[in-house]
Design a protein around this ligand. Structure first.
Ligand code: PLP
Length: 427
């Protein structure tokens, strides 16, 4: 019989003893979640400012998504793709129309979807572009995060993610982010098949590119017959104040008629909030000219495209549209950054405030090796708000997008009082 958990301490001890130590969590044990809130084992309530790395954009345990899960799981959960099922086709039609692509290839986790995009891109390089066999290259950016598989970590600059996992997969060119000149140079190699990029680098610490970087990068790729692959696993699905971060300042459904800033990526990768945090669902979208390189038998996944995941994803996408989450994220994001800029003027602890929509970060005025950001997050936790440092001195703030304006102000008050008191205690 599994042990019954009655205290946070007990749960932490069990994880510590029986689980691999591949994470270093903030010491809080969450037992329940609803909307923007989570509760620990002792019943304390917190605002969740991580949103499971932006997987719960729709809020914890969204009732509509939970209902879909329950309903479909009682009917049919898994068939494998050896047979057709009566949900997948409807999901494929819904998601492709939603984002304006011809076809979708369904997977489960984000890393798998990135792997799938890499495979599609290479195959397109050989069979359509005519790159000699085994020579295809994909351009990626410094400080990228695209997942944890052996191929993906092969082109990571983060020693923690990369070191001692070799031998590494070749075929990647690593260039600085937000640097068009480097991209142009790299594109002069005619064996380049694709450019894989995050419109905002989430895991790197919410690194935003300059205003027209993505658009110009896309145009350079087009000019050189190279596929533009957007990893919107974290930035997409309303998080940055538009349906996709690729949409810039627009709330269109991906393909924008009103302004010329949107470039439709050749390959779009989605995950995380595609299921609202209920079940792992990821997707790779592209048009026929690219996706048709995938033929029966060349790629697959036992769970990919299962009826349960498909149903959950349909509802998760409906919720984003029906509850106008992109508009809310954009509006609240501006308020949040304004409040944090005001706070920055009152404290020496904040070096920079940055972000887009409700994907924001503050950089703490201390070295990445210091424990200042970690201690500040512990203080935030005591005051009822959960956030986690990344790269030592950066704190990401990414609440569920169902937050109200009043709640956001309450959260900013919590952050403000924690930072001010933390500073007073230090001096
Ligand atoms: C989280 C993330 C991934 C990996 O997704 P998993 O589901 O953890 O495999 C890939 N790319 C980006 C940009 C991410 O934020």
């Amino acid at each position: 019989m599994p042990e019954v958990i009655t205290t946070s301490q007990q749960a932490i001890q069990l994880e510590d003893r029986y689980g691999a130590h591949n994470y270093h969590p903030i010491p809080v044990v969450i037992a329940r979640g609803e909307g923007v809130f989570v509760w620990d084992v002792e019943g304390n309530r917190y605002y969740d400012f991580l949103s499971s790395y932006s997987a719960v954009n729709q809020g914890h345990c969204h009732p509509r998504i939970v209902d879909s899960l329950i309903e479909q799981s009682q009917k049919l959960s898994l068939t494998s793709r050896a047979f057709y099922n009566d949900v997948l086709g409807a999901y494929e039609q819904y998601i492709t129309e939603y984002f304006g692509f011809d076809k979708v290839l369904p997977m489960n986790t984000g890393a798998e979807a990135v792997e799938t995009a890499i495979k599609i891109c290479r195959k397109w390089g050989y069979e359509i572009k005519g790159i000699p066999d085994e020579r295809a290259k994909i351009i990626v950016c410094h400080h990228n995060f695209h997942g944890r598989t052996t191929t993906i970590i092969s082109f990571s600059n983060d020693p923690m993610a990369h070191d001692h996992f070799g031998p590494y997969t070749p075929g990647f060119i690593n260039i600085p982010y937000d640097d068009l000149e480097s991209l142009e140079n790299a594109l002069s190699d005619e064996n380049v098949a694709g450019f894989l990029v995050e419109p905002v680098q989430g895991e790197a610490g919410v690194i935003t590119a300059s205003e027209d970087y993505i658009r110009n990068a896309y145009d350079l790729c087009r000019k050189n017959n190279v596929l533009f692959i957007a990893d919107e696993i974290q930035t997409g699905l309303a998080r940055t104040g538009s349906l996709l971060a690729m949409c810039g300042n627009c709330t269109c459904r991906g393909h924008c008629e009103r302004q010329d800033s949107y470039r439709k990526p050749d390959i779009l990768i989605l995950g995380k909030a595609l299921s609202g945090g209920i079940y792992p669902v990821s997707a790779v979208l592209s048009d026929n000219a690219v996706m048709d390189v995938m033929k029966p038998g060349v790629h697959g996944s036992t769970y990919g495209g299962n009826p349960l995941g498909s149903k959950v994803a349909i509802t998760a996408l409906e919720v984003i549209r029906d509850e106008k989450l992109a508009q809310n994220a954009r509006y609240l994001g501006k308020l949040f950054r304004q409040r944090m800029e005001d706070l920055k003027n009152k404290t020496s602890l904040i070096r920079e405030v940055r972000g887009k929509g409700l994907l924001n970060a503050i950089e703490i005025n201390d070295s990445p090796e210091s424990d200042t950001a970690w201690n500040l997050c512990l203080r935030l936790k005591e005051n009822g708000l959960l956030a986690k440092p990344t790269h030592g001195n950066i704190i990401r703030f990414a609440p569920p997008l169902v937050m109200t304006e009043e709640q956001l102000h309450e959260c900013c008050d919590i952050i403000e009082s924690a930072i001010t008191r933390f500073e007073t205690a230090r001096t």
